[in-house]
Ligand binder design. Structure first.
Ligand SMILES: [Zn+2]
Length: 101
């Protein structure tokens, strides 16, 4: 039960959503439902995905302080900052930048 999307429920005047697992759905691990009327709001990332993303953002925050970072590396890190999932190519580039800086 955490993080609520800042939207109004489409079926009632509630702003409160509950983050719950949905074990019977193959492609989505969690979802948001309205706390008042139970209406489906949206699919949600797994706790692991959220955690991995936060860890990566922390690494990027630290890396961006590094004056030795090239313009390309800086732009790349800024471009993937908000992404929850990186492509294999982006992941390889990210790891490479983290390894040398
Ligand atoms: Zn509702």
């Amino acid at each position: 039960m955490n993080s609520t999307p800042s939207r109004l429920c489409h079926k009632c005047p509630s702003f409160t959503f509950i983050y719950i697992p949905c074990p019977n759905v193959k492609v989505h691990s969690h979802k948001y439902v309205c706390a008042a009327c139970d209406a489906f709001h949206s699919w949600a990332p797994s706790p692991e995905t959220i955690q991995n993303h936060q860890n990566r953002q922390n690494q990027i925050d630290v890396a961006l302080q590094n004056p030795k970072l090239s313009d390309f590396e800086r732009r790349f890190l800024e471009s993937v900052y908000e992404k929850r999932h990186l492509s294999p190519k982006q992941k390889a580039m990210f790891d490479k930048i983290m390894a040398v800086n």
